[in-house]
Design a protein around this ligand. Sequence first.
Ligand SMILES: Cc1ncc(COP(=O)(O)O)c(C=O)c1O
Length: 480
Amino acid sequence: MVEATRYDKNLLFSERAIKQRPSFVRQMLALLQEHPEIISFAGGLPDPETMPTEEMFKCQQLPIDLVSPEGKAIAEKHLKQLGLKRFAGDLKRELNYCATTGRGHFKGEMVKLLKELTGVEYGKDEILVCNAGQQGISLMARAFLNPHDVVYTYGNTYVGAIPAFELVGAVKRGIPVDKRGIVIDKLVEDLERTVPNPDLSHKVRVPGQLSIKELEEIIEREKSIVDKDRRGKMVYINAFYDNPNQTVLPRERAEKLVKLAYKYNLVIFEDEPYGEVGFLDGEFKHDGLPYLNKIGKDMQKGLGESSNPVLFLFTISKIIFPGSRLAVLAGDAEFIDKIQVIEQADSLCPSTKAQAEVATYLMNYDIAEHIDILRRGYKAKGDLFESELQKTKHLWPLIEGYNRGPLFFFITFKPGVAVSEMFTEENILKYGVMAVPGKFCGDETDLTVRSNQGFASPDQIKEGLKRWDRLAEDLYPSKR
Ligand SMILES: Cc1ncc(COP(=O)(O)O)c(C=O)c1O
């Protein structure tokens, strides 16, 4: 006979699962699914109107076989009917697993694209395909950060990056940000104040020299340093229209940052979903953004160093579509090789079929033309949001200032406003509008909000701001 015991699920979960907090944005998205009447400025969703739906409809009709003469003949006819030039692959291959680092055709297309956008030509062993940016962040966290290791971020940082760092037990240390991104002097202050990471240069220069036992000893020794005095190992950064602050890092600061990475032995994790859909100073410019990975590559040559300290994460979510769940991590081949070992355990490989479809899209369509459409669309929506916001009678007087990016506004309210009180579940349901309080991005003032105007239609932008205005009127009647 089985003895009756109390079945306690809490004793089954891992310590990590118990500690991990649910994501506010994901919860809000769930609320939105239940209440589609709510106008959401909350998610990071791109504009559904500018997604290449018709093009993808064609690119998803991959042929069955591109190898046998009969298969090829059918595929040729099929191509003509669809008005395409090439297919990246066929279903006989694309329905199967692929290498962890990704399919050659997709990687090839991404190498070309990164060369065009960033000016760096990555070799095939310097690039790894992952399940979009979120997995890229998670892989980076696991490949580089031990429990208690410090990762420098912007004071307020991407809501999705925080749990990925927390999941490995790393400690996020926010560095102050002004209108032009990270304040480098503040980072230097922290690097100088803190206890250096152990000097393993004599070991790591000879691959395989560091044994697991030695590593464990180092980690033990490291644990004796309190977290606040520990020097960071990684800098996580979005240089262009960072999420959520919407700042753009000037080249001069970017160069200083890369120099610091060499001086203090840091890895710079550059995650750039927004640069290409952004516009600088209200102008459309397509003459290449000063990506940190390019600066790192140039500096590496100049200094005669053996590696580029910048690892570059480039998701296609905001320039093509997020449903593909595809991104690439690009950088030093030894870094990439280590990260792919982590990916093997995580997902085996990225979606083979999605890679073939998106590679077909990139082979057949002009991505620069598409990006230009996105830029113009986002600029128009930003202009509309800005003018409607300034017209609000009750909301606008509460606002101190804002930074504007292609998908988001990052708004700072005047003292006395508590943003998290504005967007309680009760208020969201009552007024039918929502945005993300900066608190969830690390802001301790509770005076900021990240608001996405990229997803909403023009009518929703107008109506959403009217609703937000009513909420402001009811919550802060004395501030009029
Ligand atoms: C800064 C940043 N990084 C990464 C991501 C993750 O995007 P995805 O997983 O769709 O590539 C986002 C999404 O909004 C983001 O804003």
